[in-house]
Structures are given as C-alpha cells and as structure tokens.
Design a protein around this ligand. Structure first.
Ligand code: OSB
Ligand code: MG
Length: 369
C-alpha cells in the first residue's frame, strides 16, 4: 500500500473525574491522533499515548509531534509499505521515541487491516471474540470514598480492580479494601514510588492475595526488582521498565518480573507488542494490556491486541464512559459484565464520531505525498 496522506490532530478532552497517581493529578487530556490514508482512499487511525508532561515517560505530546512530523512522516509518506511489520524496521535507526513511532505504526496497522478486509484483531493473529477487562482506580485520599468507588465498579462487573498506591497510602488502604471485598481479584500499581529499602513495607502486602504489584521500584530498573521479587510472594509486574522485547527478555531472565503489562505505545507499536506477547507465551509469563487513559482510538487498538491468546489477565481497557462524556468513536466501547465484545467491522472496528472528533480537535496538520 502507498501512504498518500497523513493528518495529525492535536486533541483536548476533559475527563469526567480527576485521575490521581503517585505523581499527581490530571483531568484534562491533551494528546495526538493520526490518520494515514492510502492510494485507494482507505484511512487508518493511531493515537499517541504521550501525556502533556513527562511524568510517566520522557515523551510528551510535543516531543511526539516533533518526532512524527520531522522524522517519521518523511520515512513513510509517498512510499510503498508491504506490511505494517515493516514500519518498525524503517524506524529502527531512530532511537526510542516509542510512543511517537507507535502512533504512526498503529495507523498503518489499521489501514492495512481495512485494505485487506480484516479486523485489526485478525490482522494481528488474535482469536478471542470478547475480552476480559479490569479497571484502574486513582488515589482517593479518603478510603471510605475509595471503597464506594470500588463497590460501584465491582457492581458494574469489572473482572479485576487495580488501585494506585504511594508511600503513606498503601498497606492500610489495601488491607481495608481486601476486608471490604474478600473475593475480588485485586492488584496495586505504585508507578515507581518505592525503593528497595521499602522491602519490609511491601512484604506486608503479601497475604492480601493480590494478583500482582505493578512497577513498585524505579521506572528504569530491572536489577532491584529482581532483588525485591526474591523476598516478595506477590508477583511483580513491570510496566514503566519495559520498552522492547529485549527489555522483556532481560527482566524475565533476571527474575525481575512474573507478569508483563504490555502498553502498545511504550513498546513502540503493535509489531513489538506482539513479539513481547509471543516471547512471554513461550516462557510461561502471562501478559495483560495496560491503559494510558486513551480515547476510543487507542482503546480500539488495545482491544485488538488483547485478542491474542497469552493475554490471560484482565486489562485496563475500561469502557469509553470510564473517562469520557462522549468518545471520538461510534459506537463507544461498552463493557458488559466485565467483557468487551471485539467489534467485527474491519480495522479497529469502530467508526469515527465526526462531530465529537471535530469538537475536541485543537489543531490539524496535513502532509501530502
Ligand atoms: O501506570 O498503568 C499505569 C494511567 C496513566 C498512566 C499510567 C498508568 C495509568 C493507569 C490507568 O493505571 C489506565 C487506564 O485506565 O487507561
Ligand atoms: Mg502502571
């Protein structure tokens, strides 16, 4: 297929509720969407999961925009791409900037699937018709309120509850939650808020029957996580530390992680995500699909990826209504009894809600071959 046009939209959407992690709170989501068109008039969509500020990773919306328009667009625009797997090879000589690469690669995957009259899930080799989903819940300073919030999502049927923790808001909170919900699959995500010296504190989470603890230590670490795992019964799951298949291999070989959170943007796209999935399947490491507070476009990519067989744990891809009054796709993503039905329309499987798309667009850049 020949890439004839690329359009980048700067988006701004208000989240229904503020979301708080160990790094801080946000309620406004600024991000990029990218549309790639081919010579037959097909169009594919990708979402940049980089945030406005570099709190989660070093990438931001503006660095993504710079990398995409000044380096990535010139590589693909006007060129023939035989298969989306080629895109990561074409980008291979450019270091990191994974979320930027993933934005354009994702759009080309969608385009490829539509052109070949397949769902994105089928194009990736996925087989599941519905996927199990959990939900990620931000820090609520008032634990009673947290319990109320969790109760609502348990009621809605979410298959697993993930709670953000930070120093001073951890063991006591998790104990109270476990007491309130003895049988609900539960996990904690620290977003790198602890150090190896906190091992004794983290050990107090053992015995609460948590499915895992996500990224307790530094965002660039795999050594201390291995040392921590030796002393912890709760499985460690890495998020921030994993950027590639190579990172995954090293972390698994060192024993730093027993479960991997795969985020398409963080690993540079669907092709790399699939490689990580395949490697983990071979090693008996379960994986699940993380979230980045995406709009429907990013969510649709997450859903397609989750149809691969080793995504055996519920992901963070909650329904559109979790964060948005109105989403940029139609129909919106809905969750029924903890499941999302994988759409059967070609490509990402959801149409664009043009009115919402235009309303949330702040700026548009167009590149033509
Ligand atoms: O660490 O998984 C994370 C949100 C933003 C950045 C990082 C993370 C998260 C979440 C929420 O946990 C995932 C979602 O609901 O999209
Ligand atoms: Mg995380």
């Amino acid at each position: 297929m020949k890439i004839t046009e690329i359009r980048i939209r700067k988006m701004k959407m208000m989240m229904k509720h503020p979301f708080t992690t160990s790094f801080g709170t946000f309620q406004e989501k600024d991000f990029l969407l990218l549309e790639a068109k081919d010579e037959l008039g097909n169009s594919g969509w990708g979402e940049s999961v980089a945030f406005h500020s570099p709190w989660y990773s070093e990438e931001t919306l503006e660095t993504n925009l710079h990398i995409i328009k000044d380096f990535l667009v010139p590589i693909v625009l006007g060129n023939e791409i035989s298969h989306p797997d080629r895109v990561s090879e074409l980008f291979g000589h450019l270091r990191k900037n994974n979320m930027a690469k993933s934005t354009l690669e994702g759009a080309i995957w969608d385009l490829y699937a539509k052109r070949n009259k397949m769902t994105l899930a089928e194009a990736l080799g996925g087989t599941r018709k519905k996927i199990e989903v959990g939900i990620s819940i931000g820090i609520h300073e008032n634990v009673e309120e947290l319990i109320q919030t969790v109760a609502g999502f348990v009621e809605e049927g979410y298959k697993r509850i993930k709670v953000k923790i930070k120093p001073g808001y951890d063991v006591d909170v998790m104990q109270k939650l476990r007491a309130a919900f003895p049988d609900v699959p539960m996990m904690a995500d620290a977003n790198s808020a602890y150090r190896l010296e906190d091992t004794d504190l983290l050990k107090q989470l053992d015995g609460l029957n948590l499915t895992m603890i996500e990224q307790p230590l530094a965002s660039d670490d795999i050594i201390d996580h291995a040392a921590l795992q030796v002393n912890l019964q709760t499985p460690i799951c890495l998020d921030e530390s994993i950027h590639s298949l190579e990172d995954t291999r090293k972390a698994v070989e060192l024993g730093s992680t027993k479960i991997i959170n795969i985020k398409i943007g963080r690993v540079g796209g669907l092709t790399e995500a699939k490689k990580i999935h395949d490697y983990c399947a071979e090693k008996g490491i379960p994986v699940w699909c993380g979230g980045m507070l995406e709009s429907g476009i990013g969510r649709a990519h997450n859903i397609a990826l989750t149809t691969l067989p080793n995504f055996t744990l519920p992901g963070d891809t909650a329904g559109s209504s979790r964060y948005w009054e109105e989403d940029v796709i139609s129909p919106e993503v809905t969750v029924e009894e903890g499941y999302i039905t994988v759409p059967d329309a070609y490509g990402i499987g959801y149409a664009i809600n043009e009115q919402a798309m235009d309303r949330f667009t702040v700026e548009e850049l167009v590149f033509q071959a």
